[in-house]
Design a protein around this ligand. Structure first.
Ligand SMILES: Cc1cc2nc3c(=O)[nH]c(=O)nc-3n(C[C@H](O)[C@H](O)[C@H](O)COP(=O)(O)OP(=O)(O)OC[C@H]3O[C@@H](n4cnc5c(N)ncnc54)[C@H](O)[C@@H]3O)c2cc1C
Length: 453
């Protein structure tokens, strides 16, 4: 079936043949190349290609080990479906990104991070094992102890080594479906970093930043911290049903906004008003998990706000030692050009994912996964003629400060930048071993030179 399709940024938009997950065996046997796709919440072209295999019908729960909290499920199931079934039973995802409308396959392939990276690492650290269908047609298990190299590169490997069919992930126990949230204001970037440092014991931290503020206010923003509320933290009226939250009303954006709506003045006014909103500062507030983790999910199809041309999200990470200077440099560049973004999310990443291997001194890491210990900023920009010039300038700064861009958000990185910031040679060696004929492909992989013949 042919379809016009794009991912969350609505850029690029392409025409593709869409296949059901069961048809993957036929594609493999007939030596056709294809791209795996979950819920298309990556922003750019990582799950786009000429032939797309839709994994979202591969979505059954298979087993739950209540003692260990190990959930085995098919990889096309969404985080939303998992939460709906398991929160009422007192379990939560170990790591979650800012939307629950993603699949387990997408979460592993992007090795997504959440607001708890500084404490818990990213998603794949909590993956116990997975069943992967390879280009050879064989299905094999990989885990931190079995087929370890495949496991390490599938995590963050953007669907290019095999199809994840099932996964076992470790859920965590919760007493209530609520979060104890505390809000703080930072006058500038230095103050923001001090606040993050002061609250590094808090399980969840994330900040919004005003990327148009300059001078003494550069990097000002609002920090949100959170922790799972205990039963005794809840007001009396919520204690009867601590694991149930009222269904939220959602609003669907009905049409693509015209491009003049998001002009720089509107962003400046929005940033000013948001920064000066009278948040209840420094005091715990009880909010439900949906409100805390997924504020944007109540506005369905909010990507249409950026207009028909679409938008890109630019997310970089800078290592800790260069983080302050590099982040300042980048915000200055954006403010100077008055090309601010509404959605500016700033986080501190902790130590990279490291899992001690059972029975040996070896440590498992995920070389292709995006996070590094340091600072990450994600900014949305509507597509417009001057954008590429700004982003190329930002690329130079990211390279200078030894950082890199997040593949799942990327739609335009140049191959040279990719090769100089990711361990591409190692990835290609593993790719050759498991998929020598490049059957697992994507537009992104072709653009970035991961598909070489
Ligand atoms: C509002 C919003 C907020 C977000 N917040 C965050 C955040 O806080 N942190 C973060 O890390 N990310 C965040 N993201 C990005 C999102 O979590 C990732 O892009 C995620 O991978 C999307 O999953 P998906 O199921 O939609 O996969 P898709 O976008 O369809 O695919 C993503 C990648 O996974 C591969 N893939 C999909 N299924 C399989 C499979 N079964 N086997 C092998 N490969 C597969 C695809 O080929 C592709 O390379 C956010 C996205 C949105 C829209």
């Amino acid at each position: 079936m042919k379809k016009i399709i794009s991912n969350w940024g609505n850029y690029p938009t392409i025409e593709a043949d869409i296949f059901e997950f069961q048809q993957i065996h036929h594609l493999i046997k007939s030596k056709q190349s294809f791209t795996l796709r979950g819920l298309g919440r990556s922003y750019g072209d990582s799950s786009l290609g000429e032939r797309i295999v839709d994994t979202t019908k591969n979505r059954y729960f298979l087993h739950f080990d209540e003692e260990k909290g190990y959930l085995t499920c098919e990889a096309g199931i969404s985080l939303a479906e998992i939460l709906e079934v398991f929160v009422p039973k007192g379990w939560f995802l170990p790591v979650t990104p800012g939307t629950k409308f993603i699949t387990i396959g997408g979460a592993i392939s992007s090795d997504v991070h959440g607001k708890n990276h500084h404490k818990e690492g990213s998603f794949c650290k909590h993956v116990v094992s997975m069943e992967v269908l390879l280009a050879s047609g064989k299905q094999i298990e990989c885990s931190p102890t079995k087929n370890v190299e495949l496991f390490q590169y599938i995590c963050g490997g953007m669907g290019l080594l095999g199809a994840i069919k099932t996964a076992t992930i470790k859920l965590k126990k919760i007493e209530t479906a609520y979060i104890k949230q505390i809000t703080y204001k930072a006058k500038n970037l230095e103050e923001m970093l001090t606040l993050f440092h002061q609250h590094e014991d808090s399980p969840y931290t994330v900040a919004w930043m005003d990327c148009l503020a300059t001078g003494r206010n550069l990097g000002r923003g609002i920090l949100f911290t959170g922790d799972h509320a205990k039963l005794e933290d809840l007001p009396l009226e919520l204690r009867d049903k601590p694991l149930e939250i009222p269904k939220r009303r959602t609003l669907t954006i009905p049409f693509y906004f015209p491009s003049f709506v998001l002009n720089p003045l509107v962003v400046k006014i929005f940033n000013f008003l948001y920064y000066h909103t009278s948040f209840q500062l420094g005091k715990p507030q009880i909010v439900d998990y949906d409100h805390f983790f997924y504020p944007l999910d109540s506005l369905l199809e909010w990507n249409k706000i950026y207009g028909k041309r679409g938008f890109v999200q630019y997310q970089f990470v800078l290592p800790k030692e260069n983080g302050l200077d590099g982040t300042k440099h980048i915000i200055e560049e954006i403010a100077k050009r008055k090309m601010g973004s509404f959605l500016v999310v700033f986080k501190v990443f902790g130590n990279p994912n490291k899992i001690p291997q059972e029975g040996s001194k070896k440590v498992i890491e995920f070389p292709f996964s995006f996070p590094k210990e340091g600072y990450t900023l994600a900014l949305d920009f509507p597509l417009q003629p001057e954008l590429e010039e700004l982003l190329s300038k930002l690329d130079e700064i990211v390279i200078k400060y030894n950082g890199r861009l997040y593949l799942t958000k990327d739609a335009r990185m140049k191959k040279e930048m990719f090769y100089s910031t990711y361990p591409v040679e190692d990835f290609l060696r593993v790719k050759k071993k498991y998929d020598p004929q490049n059957q697992f492909t994507s537009l992104q992989a072709q653009r970035l030179g991961l598909i070489t013949n």
